[in-house]
Write a protein that binds this ligand. Structure first.
Ligand SMILES: Nc1nc2c(ncn2[C@@H]2O[C@H](COP(=O)(O)OP(=O)(O)OP(=O)(O)O)[C@@H](O)[C@H]2O)c(=O)[nH]1
Length: 608
């Protein structure tokens, strides 16, 4: 029967016969079996200990280290940040474990320095940043506790500080472990335990994103990327930045770097802003479709108008699907529709007049017919009388009557003819007038550079002013700030107070903007409730000051409508014109800033 396991040092060899002592060969065999069971290497020391155990001899006292050697080992262990378990392994003579622990604690000094530099940076930032959960007093206390509790072990200190700053950054409620870090001895496992391994694995390993999270980051990136529009240069840049960040995630050194985390945060912020703006674009598209459907329904009776509108929309959209294109098509459709409604009203009026004319002509012709019919009867009667006339006098009387009547009929026919000709000429003139009116409307929209309602420049006027200003900017090298202004909640104003009051609000704002600017500046109505300002020799900061002042003035001023005070506020996006770019490109950037101003509360200005 096999001896029980070596636990407790009992012999492992089969029980000898009573009285017979085991031979040395039996003892040697049993010692080897014991080593195998204990999974110990057959070193001379191990073999000697096993042999003694089999022979029933008590093990000699552990040799221990001389006190000077012990002091050296203690100091070495402290320097390596290995803490008690390395010390313990050395004292117990578990040299292999000690070797492993030491290897694990060896780090490249440059990497250690970099780790500390990053951590200190985070701590400084964390102390400055405010938080709801982490007040500055609380931060100070917990920092003090971690410093006191981990003073003797740099790796543990680094790990705890890193955990602490992470919870400051997320402003998560202070966890017991990070706010009150227990002293090192409390967390150190019993001798030989494995819980100390992460500490010894080094701070860099602890900070690296664990594998499942790396996969999550990849999945999230893959989910976000298809939503980014393909035709936008900013997205192309975002995609290539994403590739770089994913590569850095594979790299241990970079993955442990706080800078990389900052880069990820920056990337996510940029992607979010872009997607937000995209979302805004979609809702504008929705509005545009509504406008278009309304236009189509209104104009359904005349196919050519519908075709014209669709053509304009198509060519505008071909320029590229930007937020501004959609909005400008929307404004265009709105304006076209009201213009066409005006023309149609006039055409209908002309048609009614023409109808009246034709009616009266028919009446005249009818009357003439009746008259000539009566004349025809008279002629018959006169012929009978002439036939029966027996004297020259009676014949002369009949002929005289006949001539009189013929003359009268002739003059009436002549008069009717004249009237008919005059009415025909009038109808021709009306037709010409309608054509002139249509041409006038066309000319107004393409040639005039002033907006008729607000009396500031229109889109055409803006383009002319921009050409002058951007040439001047190129010569002088001075800044040209461009601002895009949009009235806040204008739809609501229209809906509650009526379209005419809306028009008054547009006029009011245009005049206020004009008054606030210098004579050299340009203000233009770009379309709908949107205005553009060109501010030569002005930085974006200065432009913001001007617009913010104007916003304050408007908040304190109002215009009256039927004894009611109407407040008009606007949001603005400001940007600097970049030499060489098209006005549309500058305005697209200003539009993003405008969107930001709307998104963050309205009645304010943002810079892009
Ligand atoms: N009175 C009037 N209204 C116009 C004119 N041009 C466009 N509008 C209206 O302006 C409104 C613009 O509404 P939205 O684009 O929804 O913007 P908003 O209500 O100002 O909302 P925010 O921009 O988010 O503050 C629409 O109802 C248009 O019909 C115009 O010449 N006169």
């Amino acid at each position: 029967m096999d001896a029980p396991s070596s636990a407790g040092g009992r012999p492992t060899m089969p029980a000898p016969l009573a009285g017979a002592a085991p031979t040395p060969a039996q003892l040697a065999k049993a010692a080897l079996r014991r080593l195998a069971q204990e999974r110990l290497e057959p070193t001379p020391e191990n073999y000697q200990r096993a042999y003694r155990a089999e022979a029933g001899e008590s093990a000699p006292a552990e040799p221990g280290l001389p006190s000077t050697a012990q002091r050296v080992v203690d100091r070495l262990a402290q320097q390596a940040g290995a803490a008690p378990e390395l010390l313990d392994a050395v004292q117990q003579g578990r040299w292999e474990q000690a070797d492993r622990l030491l290897t694990a604690s060896e780090q490249d000094p440059a990497a250690q320095a970099q780790g500390w530099a990053t951590l200190i940076g985070r701590i400084v930032k964390g102390v400055e940043r405010g938080g709801r959960q982490w007040t500055s007093g609380r931060k100070k206390d917990s920092l003090q506790r971690v410093l006191t509790g981990s003073r003797g072990a740099p790796a543990v200190l680094q790990q705890r500080l890193s955990q602490l700053t992470a919870s400051w950054e997320s402003d998560a409620p202070p966890a017991e472990s990070s706010e009150v870090a227990p002293p090192l001895a409390e967390t150190a496992p019993a001798a030989g335990g494995s819980a100390a391994a992460p500490v010894l694995a080094g701070a860099a390993d602890d900070q690296r994103l664990p594998a499942p999270w790396q996969a999550v980051v990849r999945d999230l990136s893959n989910a976000v990327t298809p939503a980014l529009p393909v035709d936008d240069p900013r997205c192309v840049r975002l995609r290539s930045r994403l590739d770089e960040l994913l590569l850095a995630l594979d790299d241990e050194a970079d993955a442990a770097d706080e800078e990389l985390a900052d880069d990820w945060r920056g990337w996510a912020g940029d992607a979010q802003r872009l997607l937000d703006h995209r979302q805004h674009l979609v809702s504008q598209l929705h509005d545009l479709c509504g406008e278009l459907t309304g236009g189509l329904a209104d104009l359904a009776e005349d196919g050519s108008w519908v075709q014209g509108q669709c053509e304009v929309m198509r060519s505008k959209l071909q320029e590229g699907l930007t937020s501004r294109t959609v909005r400008s098509v929307s404004h265009l459709l709105h304006a076209t529709r009201s213009q066409q409604q005006g023309v149609r009203a006039q055409r209908n009026q002309a048609r009614e007049v023409l109808k009246g004319l034709i009616n009266s002509m028919l009446q005249e012709i009818g009357e003439l017919g009746a008259r000539t019919g009566r004349f025809h009867d008279s002629i018959g009667r006169y012929a009978d009388v002439i036939e029966q006339a027996d004297t020259l006098e009676s014949l002369a009387g009949v002929v005289k009557d006949l001539v009189e009547e013929t003359k009268s009929v002739q003059s009436q026919v002549g008069q009717t003819q004249q009237r008919l000709q005059a009415e025909h000429a009038e109808a021709d003139q009306l037709q010409v007038r309608v054509r002139e009116l249509e041409a006038e409307l066309q000319r107004l929209s393409t040639e005039v550079s002033t907006d008729q309602l607000t009396e500031v420049a229109n889109r055409r006027g803006l383009i002319q002013a921009f050409e002058t200003e951007h040439a001047r900017t190129q010569r002088s090298g001075r800044e040209l700030s461009v601002g895009l202004l949009d009235i806040d909640n204008f739809k609501k104003l229209n809906d509650t107070l009526g379209h005419q009051t809306g028009d008054q609000a547009l006029k009011f704002l245009a005049q206020k903007v004009k008054q606030a600017l210098r004579p050299m500046d340009t203000v233009a109505r770009y379309g709908g409730e949107e205005f553009v300002v060109l501010l030569p020799e002005t930085t974006t900061e200065e432009a913001c000051v001007v617009l913010t002042r104007l916003q304050r003035t408007l908040t304190a001023n109002f215009f009256m409508h039927e004894d009611r005070q109407v407040f008009v506020t606007f949001s603005a996006g400001v940007t600097l014109y970049r030499p060489g770019e098209r006005l549309e490109e500058t305005l697209d950037r200003a539009d993003e800033a405008l969107y930001e101003a709307k998104r963050t509360g309205k009645n304010r200005s943002c810079v892009a």
